[in-house]
Design a protein around this ligand. Structure first.
Ligand SMILES: C[S@@+](CC[C@H](N)C(=O)[O-])C[C@H]1O[C@@H](n2cnc3c(N)ncnc32)[C@H](O)[C@@H]1O
Ligand code: SF4
Length: 384
């Protein structure tokens, strides 16, 4: 499915410290020779740009790690080159993920001058005790100050909270979320804490030293979250993402709608349609390995493989059912080159519809709220 539109993901892999729940590609390194890093990002951008020249760039997302640790000048040097290769959409969204630490707040204005027009703040909790438990480098006071600075600086900003944390009660989460809404812009990401293999939290849970809410209670957390957010007119447009109408993250929609995005930086993944094929790219994950590769070859690619039609279909389904809008059956059939019913015959689909995990409405297949709560199980039934 060729799509002229393109998103761009840029990964900055460094953090001040490693949070015990996080399995993102993030590393603590000090000092960083930022001039060298800037050159490498620019060089890899030139490589990607020359491969995808002329397409319409609709979003850029600087994620991490902690991109707010970057010098605004590095961000500017990267953003200034975008128009060398791509047509910039008039409503190009350029998001930067920021941590609320005070040194980073001071840079918000400079990021805006460098071209950032949307900020995504990793607040995680409004309570000091929870922030401590999550191993965060900021407290409540810094979080509130960062929120106020974000509001003053950016027309569009979002923040992240993590819920279903150790020892958190439903009542506490309700109160915290209600308070959070008083600081919110038009977008909020609300993630249920997950135990990721290889993290400190995972090891502690294995040893019985950390307990998360039982599955039933995790369901209650999810329900409460949806109720509160719907009342606040910020319904979920994706399992963990809430926005006022029209304020969805354009970048994230690219992933969930299986559109094209290029990727820069250590560990970044891309999906680009070229030469009649869809390609999956994966960069070297270790920062120093990526840097060396870019310096030697002009790109940090560890792998570039064709995505088969079957893989594209599965990905389209897995990503699309995360969205409230669901998937277009017509688009699915174009991709599959056969009718939907042939791939998912009634005996496979009907039980999921009868049990209200999925709904089929004219050209759309959607997961219900109940279906989204256990989407992995729904998908494994569909794909088995
Ligand atoms: C790339 S991460 C972090 C961005 C930024 N460095 C920060 O910490 O705020 C994006 C978001 O994923 C969420 N996240 C990371 N690990 C998680 C986990 N194990 N469970 C739930 N949410 C998680 C956090 O809310 C985080 O803000
Ligand atoms: S949650 Fe954010 S700050 Fe913490 S280690 Fe992960 S990327 Fe870094």
């Amino acid at each position: 499915m060729m799509d002229e539109k393109l998103g761009l993901y840029i990964h900055w892999p460094f953090c001040v410290s490693k949070c015990p729940y996080c399995d993102f590609n993030s590393h603590v390194r000090d000092p960083i020779d930022e001039e060298q890093w800037e050159k490498a990002y620019v060089r890899e951008l030139d490589f990607l740009g020359s491969q995808t020249r002329g397409r319409k760039l609709v979003s850029v997302f600087l994620g991490g790690g902690t991109p707010s640790l970057m010098a605004p000048q590095t961000v500017g040097a990267i953003l200034d080159r975008l128009s060398n290769y791509w047509t910039l959409d008039p409503s190009l969204e350029i998001t930067l993920e920021a941590n609320p630490n005070s040194a980073e707040q001071e840079k918000f204005r400079a990021f805006k001058s460098a071209g950032i027009n949307r900020l995504s703040l990793g607040v995680q909790s409004l309570y000091d005790s929870s922030l401590k438990c999550l191993g965060r480098a900021h407290g409540r006071h810094e979080a509130l100050r960062a929120l106020s600075m974000a509001r003053q600086t950016f027309e569009r900003f979002s923040f992240d909270l993590i819920y279903a944390r150790p020892q958190q009660s439903l009542r506490e989460w309700r109160e915290e979320l209600q308070e959070a809404l008083t600081y919110a812009g038009s977008h909020l990401s609300l993630y249920q804490l997950t135990l990721e293999k290889g993290t400190a939290f995972y090891t502690q849970a294995q040893a019985g030293r950390l307990q998360l809410p039982e599955e039933q209670m995790a369901g209650d957390f999810y329900e409460i979250t949806q109720e509160i957010m719907e009342k606040a007119e910020m319904p979920a447009y994706e399992i963990s993402n809430h926005a006022r109408a029209g304020e969805e993250s354009r970048h994230n929609l690219i992933y969930w709608r299986s559109q094209d995005y290029g990727a820069l930086g250590p560990g970044a993944h891309g999906r680009v349609f070229e030469e009649g094929k869809r390609w999956s790219t994966k960069n070297f994950r270790t920062p120093e390995r990526w840097l060396r590769s870019v310096q030697e070859t002009g790109n940090g690619l560890e792998e570039r493989v064709e995505v088969s039609r079957d893989e594209q279909m599965i990905e389209f389904l897995m990503m699309g059912l995360r969205l409230r809008e669901g998937i277009s059956l017509a688009r699915f059939e174009t991709l599959a080159r056969q009718p939907f019913e042939r791939i998912f015959p009634p005996e496979k689909l009907l039980p999921l519809i009868t049990e209200k995990f999925l709904v089929k409405e004219s050209d759309c297949l959607k997961a219900t709220r109940r279906g989204q709560m256990c989407l992995n199980a729904v998908l494994s039934h569909l794909l088995s």
